[in-house]
Design a protein around this ligand. Structure first.
Ligand SMILES: NC(=O)c1ccc[n+]([C@@H]2O[C@H](COP(=O)([O-])OP(=O)(O)OC[C@H]3O[C@@H](n4cnc5c(N)ncnc54)[C@H](OP(=O)(O)O)[C@@H]3O)[C@@H](O)[C@H]2O)c1
Length: 359
């Protein structure tokens, strides 16, 4: 299907008020798009205020539309006449907001509903689906470098947990299975329908500037990093590598995906570290933060870290993954890891989300 420009009609973004969604919206606003920003509750000023304010600073034009992924037909009105849909929203598990079964069902049913609304609109040429590295990472030896050719369903022949039975007891498995299922679903429906292409974007550890205090999201990567600036030990991902991508790059890449002729149905882009500079052990993360915020007494590994090092010698060497394809195919220019970490910390401090532990 032909690519899209800002003169081809409005574009719609689901999950527009979320951390990633807000940056997708911003990238499109900068390019002058008319944007239908879809959120679950247009009467909540915490979710609408910062989005509406984007109209003051960018050439694009944003309007707010209330819709819920769990309600069939909910997006019909917002998608009318749209040339592209960027489907970012999904039921997340942050802070226990949804259990693993709800995460799985919400993603699959919600994506089905989005696809049905796209078909009814009849004008959409591009769908960008926000998947996750969770749909890529699979059991592999340490040091394995993942690419878009990898699927989370690979090497699962002997894994009894890779089923949708008893998802409640399987933590993140439901999320990974849902992302794999949804990627296949959007590509299959697009293929059958023939009037639009579906492209997936698979971000990994997303960090970078928060546009609103609501983006703190308990147990997100930014939340875990913020705790370190408050002098607390890292409580997420310290057993392996933080493979970091900037949220601005995730947003910008999605705008490129609707505009590029390099994308077609089934195209898939991993949004991960640019190179090894963005693949950090918890010690390296602490060192980076310490040099970026020299006045703060930055937290480091938790107590259990030393026992792990004694046993294994080093943190687990995974996940290794670099966003070469999106840079080569779409010309994405990525932020440096220092810029990403600095912007994350500075915005969290500005919003008063953390009280830094000063030296
Ligand atoms: N952050 C990461 O590190 C990361 C990494 C990989 C992939 N991702 C993906 O990026 C996407 C956004 O995640 P995020 O981290 O930005 O989380 P987020 O801020 O919590 O965004 C999730 C969005 O989904 C929307 N949503 C949830 N349930 C909904 C429903 N029933 N109907 C309509 N919208 C609903 C929420 O909208 P309302 O606020 O309007 O309720 C919210 O804006 C997700 O698809 C996630 O899987 C994120």
């Amino acid at each position: 299907m032909p690519s899209v420009t800002s003169s081809d009609g409005p574009v719609a973004v689901t999950g527009a008020s979320g951390y990633v969604g807000a940056h997708v919206v911003t990238a499109l606003m900068k390019r002058g798009y008319e944007i239908r920003a879809c959120i679950t509750d247009t009467s909540n000023p915490d979710k609408t205020g910062f989005l509406a304010a984007l109209n003051e600073v960018h050439p694009g034009n944003l309007s707010l539309h209330q819709a819920n992924l769990l309600d069939e037909g909910s997006y019909d009105s917002a998608f009318t006449d749209c040339s592209a849909v960027l489907h970012v929203g999904t039921a997340m598990g942050y802070g226990g907001a949804n259990n693993p079964q709800q995460v799985y069902d919400g993603a699959v049913n919600g994506t089905n509903n989005v696809l049905n609304s796209i078909k009814r609109a009849g004008t959409v040429r591009r769908l960008v689906y926000t998947s996750s590295f969770a749909a890529i990472g699979h059991p592999a030896p340490p040091g394995h470098v993942y690419t878009e050719k990898d699927w989370a369903s690979d090497n699962r022949e002997n894994d009894p947990d890779w089923t949708t039975d008893n998802l409640l007891d399987k933590g993140e498995t439901g999320y990974a299975m849902a992302k794999v299922e949804c990627e296949h679903l959007v590509n299959r429906v697009a293929e059958e329908d023939g009037s639009f292409d579906a492209i997936s974007v698979c971000p990994i550890v997303v960090l970078g500037p928060l546009l609103s205090p609501i983006h703190e999201l308990v147990f997100s990567w930014q939340w875990a990093m913020g705790r370190m600036l408050a002098g607390k030990p890292c409580n997420r991902g310290w057993q392996a590598l933080w493979n970091c991508v900037d949220v601005r790059d995730v947003g910008e890449s999605q705008a490129l995906m609707i505009e590029s002729d390099a994308c077609r149905n089934g195209s898939r882009y991993q949004l991960s570290a640019t190179d090894e500079s963005g693949e950090l052990t918890v010690k390296q993360l602490q060192e980076h933060l310490q040099s970026l915020f020299p006045h703060i007494d930055v937290g480091g590994p938790p107590e259990e870290y030393n026992a792990m090092i004694e046993k294994h010698g080093r943190p687990y060497d995974a996940p290794r993954a670099h966003c070469d394809k999106v840079r080569e195919d779409l010309g994405l220019e990525t932020h440096s890891i220092e810029d990403t970490l600095r912007a994350t910390g500075e915005t969290m401090i500005e919003f008063g989300l953390i009280t830094p532990k000063l030296k």
